[in-house]
Design a protein around this ligand. Structure first.
Ligand SMILES: Nc1ncnc2c1ncn2[C@@H]1O[C@H](COP(=O)(O)OP(=O)(O)OP(=O)(O)O)[C@@H](O)[C@H]1O
Ligand SMILES: [Mg+2]
Length: 453
């Protein structure tokens, strides 16, 4: 497809000349503000050449600058090359200042203008590709979360995804360990191969070995045909060992051998079967203390935990609480064709104050029932099964000064959480300056509130 270049000029001679110079492109014309904007809307040109001296005021650049301003406002990525008379450098610089890409002085030299347009077009294409890349790169689209805390984890996971390093996902129940495991697989070179998950805690100890490693016919009573295990099923892909902390100590040595030597033997078999698998483990247990209690092998711990990733609990990422709540509200509203559309302010505060011991899974459950339960379009704390914050036992206060102190320190804390511990943002949310914020923190002895920026 030929790229379209818009030429804005009232001089027919110049229009013709540009058309001859720019034969590689589809050149369209405009000669005043109205037609320029109309052509911009119609053709969405990546590059525009714009004569600054246009009627009604050709001696002055005012009309040209006005068009430039409107082009940039409507289509900020457009590369505008302004064309000026040879004594009009001042206005050319002004135009650059307004966001023009470059300027060019008359008389027009065919080769120069060709080169300028070509470069502008290349840059525009590069910028376009970059913006698409950065959109897909912040990828891991299953993971909803804007907080710095979760974004850090996403960045780490993205880096790890390209390698074959054994990853250990740590975090409380419901924080998204499995979601991360799948995302890592999907962002890895193995993405077209299987992702096989097995939960070590949910399979009885005596079955786990054959479930993982498979078995040969006749290996034990009932083994009437050779069966491959989960590990072999994952050949070429990713094996997700969930709740690795619950792996029976008796099986840990065999696991270690698989991880170190990348070969397995089926139960009752004597052949070594080579496997090419990426392993991701997860646990909500404290493996380190299990190692010191000798319920988890130290060598296996170092093997699976080459690259640990700690997923923070939901209560430590206030920003995500509201984002996730809105996301789930939209999902369940569709699913149940429900009326609920938004949260009352008390509901928002109740969600922010809640500790979310069950993390995102708890959030999903609460939202599902809230969407079903809500009477009107606005979800109340009660629908979520939460206490409105203000109904919590409020200690009797001494006087108005104390009421103010309590309210202020609570507001500061909330803003601080919302701003992801960034002081400038906290101050902004509270509508005070940074120094005022610091003096309030001092005054109320809120030593735990520290700058992270
Ligand atoms: N960042 C996230 N964005 C959207 N949904 C999420 C996110 N994290 C988790 N979820 C959802 O929350 C639920 C719990 O996540 P997941 O099963 O991955 O947690 P887990 O850490 O493996 O929990 P458990 O330890 O209980 O097995 C899932 O339904 C998952 O889809
Ligand atoms: Mg899980």
């Amino acid at each position: 497809m030929t790229d379209t270049i818009l030429v804005v000029d009232d001089d027919l001679g110049i229009q013709k000349q540009l058309k001859w110079s720019l034969t590689d492109y589809n050149v369209v014309f405009a000669d005043d503000h109205t037609s320029a904007i109309a052509q911009l809307r119609r053709f969405e040109p990546k590059v525009v050449t714009l004569d600054l001296g246009l009627p009604p005021d050709p001696a002055n650049a005012s009309e040209g600058l006005r068009i430039l301003h409107d082009i940039i406002a409507l289509a900020p990525r457009t590369k505008v090359i302004v064309v000026t008379g040879n004594s009009d450098k001042q206005n050319a610089l002004k135009a650059i200042d307004f966001g023009a890409y470059d300027f060019y002085q008359k008389p027009i030299d065919s080769d120069t203008i060709k080169l300028l347009v070509h470069r502008a077009l290349n840059l525009s294409k590069l910028e376009h590709e970059n913006s698409i890349l950065s959109r897909t790169r912040s990828g891991m689209s299953r993971i909803v979360g804007n907080s710095e805390a979760i974004q850090k984890v996403v960045r780490r996971a993205e880096k790890i995804a390209n390698t074959d390093i054994s990853t250990l996902l740590l975090g409380e129940s419901g924080t998204g360990k499995e979601v991360f495991a799948r995302s890592i697989h999907e962002h890895s070179p193995r993405k077209d191969k299987p992702f096989v998950a097995i939960n070590c805690a949910s399979i009885p100890e005596n079955l786990l070995e054959s479930e993982l490693f498979g078995y040969e016919k006749g290996a034990f009573t009932g083994a009437n045909k050779t069966t491959i295990g989960k590990i072999e099923t994952a050949q070429g892909g990713t094996l997700f060992l969930d709740e690795i902390g619950d792996m029976p100590i008796g099986l840990q040595a065999k696991m270690l051998r698989f991880l170190q030597e990348r070969v397995i033997e089926r139960v009752g078999g004597r052949n070594e079967i080579p496997v090419d698998i990426r392993v991701i483990c997860a646990t909500h247990r404290d493996l380190q203390s299990m190692v010191s209690q000798e319920t988890f092998r130290e060598d296996l711990y170092y093997r699976v935990g080459e690259m640990p990733i700690m997923i923070p609990p939901l209560r430590e990422r206030d920003q995500d609480i509201i984002l996730l709540a809105r996301t789930f509200l939209n999902i369940y509203r569709e699913e149940f064709k429900a009326k609920a559309k938004s949260f009352s302010e008390t509901a928002v505060n109740a969600m922010l104050a809640h500790k979310w011991p069950g993390n995102i899974r708890e959030m999903q459950n609460k939202l599902k029932s809230a969407v079903i339960m809500a009477e009107g379009t606005v979800i109340q704390p009660d629908d979520l099964g939460l206490m409105p914050v203000d109904a919590h036992d409020e200690p009797e206060t001494l006087n108005l000064r104390e009421v103010r102190e309590i309210a202020e320190s609570r507001a500061i804390r909330r803003a601080y959480q919302k701003a992801d511990k960034n002081m400038s943002k906290t101050a902004e949310l509270l509508g005070v300056t940074r120094p005022t914020l610091y003096s309030l923190i001092d005054k109320y002895h809120m030593e735990d509130i520290k700058s992270s920026d």
